[in-house]
Design a protein around this ligand. Structure first.
Ligand SMILES: Nc1ncnc2c1ncn2[C@@H]1O[C@H](COP(=O)(O)OP(=O)(O)OP(=O)(O)O)[C@@H](O)[C@H]1O
Ligand SMILES: [Mg+2]
Length: 542
């Protein structure tokens, strides 16, 4: 049982984060349980008055009972509202933690999983945890208070109820544990199938245009159906074990209720209790066994969440080993690449280990065949890829001893295929930071995008669509360049940043970088324009 309680540590951890809200739920639950037992006890008096033909008393007790029920209803409404609110806040706390955990991942680690997997963590898994975890754990307060008060009330009538209650409690609570492990593994499989389904849906929807161009739109249906079929299989398996657990508990519940009623009848016939107790013992035993019957399935559902929580590594506080060392001088001075090599799997990327020295304000063109490792080199320099051999030094300080923040403050990397968020042009430039309009227009002008933006009716507030579908390939590239220029760094790593532009625009944009005397540029391209070639200090071939 101790091990089982440990499995609840994640749920308890979140309850502790909302002590006031959870406290109010507990108090309201205790009040409603007490009122339910009061109602059952009033029934004794109603029935006894009736048997004794005391009409006045009978009428009074009925009125009191109605009053108790009215108050109970009011408290039930308050309890339900408070429970719903508390659950939403618990979910918010968990979602924040999961997002933090994802956000702390280095890019390469993040990319090990599909985005659909993370999306599923934050949607499907959250629903499961909301219903099977937070809802159940708050509900389980009533599952404790209802039987507790009811057992105390039953004991007022006769202690002989104890053995029966103990026996049936044992059957109801512990018997369903037989399927517990299978239920836990089934529920983990369901969440994995959900992740797979969401990844498939995302992937298929993103590639819709490709399917359509090739006339294979049916692929969307086929892939989603196949992923759904897998999910159905997992869900049915989970439902099977859930049903077994529920029904073992359900059967013991009925056994218990009937047993108590029969025993009450027997005691009444023996004249050791008043006949009126029959009116109440049914109610009280319903309170006891119905709650106990709920314990096992709820317990099973709650503890089955452990492997799901473990997927998120919430205990893993080790942020990607944040080395606190910053650069002694944020101004870029020089870059040294020594004997650099990297392998993905068994395949080394560079034909031979790379050596490169770049001084302040130099403009370097990086040329090489497709797949020769140009993007990889820029990703290593910009600190995104770590597991390389050799060394990369900025201002003579080894990057491996520098924090990611320190590297990011020195340079800016503009992606070969830039990503645009489904927001406004301003959002895509600022990314939640703040820049003045003047700074933004300056960056747009340098990236040769100002005229385009000025002609838009909503200008900076124009929405770009999902990954910039409302902009041309060249406009997207220039927006990404403006995003980099806005940050005012002194070292620019530009990965084919003008490849989608017509020659005139490409030359324009390249010249902007090449003509600024106080910045250093590494410009990856496999189609250098003759007009610009001589403006580079060096052309490096890898
Ligand atoms: N995350 C990764 N996992 C496995 N292999 C990778 C990964 N990133 C790159 N590679 C491999 O490393 C090699 C170099 O890729 P890279 O993107 O650096 O090439 P590139 O020179 O920029 O090519 P292009 O001119 O086509 O952009 C390729 O063979 C690629 O398949
Ligand atoms: Mg590349």
């Amino acid at each position: 049982m101790m091990i089982e309680v440990k499995k609840m540590k994640y749920l308890f951890r979140y309850l502790k984060k909302e002590p006031v809200k959870v406290g109010i739920v507990i108090i309201l639950t205790i009040i409603t349980s007490a009122l339910r037992v009061t109602h059952a006890l009033i029934n004794v008096n109603i029935l006894n008055s009736l048997i004794k033909l005391q009409l006045h008393n009978f009428f009074n007790w009925v009125m009191i009972d109605i009053g108790v029920f009215a108050i109970l209803s009011i408290f039930l409404i308050l309890l339900q509202i408070q429970t719903a609110k508390t659950i939403e806040f618990l979910c918010l706390d968990l979602r924040k933690d999961i997002v933090c955990q994802i956000a702390n991942k280095p890019i390469m680690k993040y990319q090990e999983k599909d985005t659909g997997v993370y999306a599923s963590w934050l949607t499907n898994d959250m629903n499961t945890i909301e219903n099977n975890g937070f809802y159940n754990i708050l509900q389980s307060i009533q599952v404790i208070t209802d039987p507790l008060f009811s057992i105390i009330a039953l004991l007022q009538f006769s202690w002989t109820f104890i053995p029966l209650i103990l026996l049936v409690s044992f059957l109801t609570v512990f018997l369903p544990q037989i399927v517990h492990d299978r239920l836990a593994s089934a529920s983990l499989s369901t969440t994995q199938a959900n992740e797979n389904l969401l990844s498939t849906i995302n992937d298929g929807l993103r590639g819709f245009a490709t399917y359509s161009i090739f006339g294979v739109e049916r692929q969307l249906e086929n892939r989603i159906t196949s992923a759904t079929m897998t999910l159905i299989g997992k869900k049915v398996r989970q439902a099977k074990y859930q049903a077994v657990a529920n029904n073992i508990a359900g059967f013991s519940n009925i056994l218990g209720q009937t047993g108590i009623e029969a025993w009450t009848g027997f005691l009444a016939l023996q004249k050791s209790i008043s006949i009126g107790v029959i009116g109440s013992s049914g109610n009280l035993s319903y309170n006891v066994f119905n709650s106990l019957a709920a314990i096992a399935p709820m317990w099973a559902e709650m503890t089955a969440l452990t492997p799901i929580f473990e997927k998120y590594h919430l205990d893993d506080k080790s942020k990607p080993k944040q080395i606190s060392r910053t650069l002694e001088n944020n101004d870029f001075q020089c870059l040294d690449v020594e004997n650099l090599q990297i392998s993905f799997g068994s395949k080394t990327v560079f034909k031979q280990p790379l050596n490169l020295h770049i001084s302040k304000n130099q403009k370097i063109a990086l040329d090489g065949d497709s797949g020769s490792g140009k993007s990889t080199l820029l990703k290593i320099i910009s600190g995104q890829i770590k597991n390389y051999q050799g060394s990369v030094k900025i201002n003579n300080q080894d990057e491996k001893t520098l924090s990611y923040d320190a590297i990011r403050e020195t340079l800016i990397y503009v992606d070969q295929i830039p990503y645009l968020f489904n927001g406004t042009i301003r959002y895509n430039l600022e990314l939640g930071e703040h820049f003045s309009d003047q700074e933004i227009f300056d960056a747009l002008r340098k990236a040769d995008l100002l005229d385009y933006v000025k002609e838009l009716p909503a200008r900076l507030n124009t929405k770009v669509g999902e990954n910039g579908t409302k902009m041309s390939g060249g406009q997207k590239q220039r927006l990404a360049l403006a995003r980099g220029l806005l940050r005012n760094r002194k070292l620019f790593l530009l990965d084919e940043s003008t490849s989608s532009l017509d020659k005139k625009s490409a030359l324009n944009v390249e010249n902007i970088f090449l003509s600024q005397p106080d910045i250093t540029v590494i410009f990856v391209s496999h189609q250098l324009h003759d007009e610009n070639k001589q403006k580079f200090d060096r052309i490096v071939k890898i």
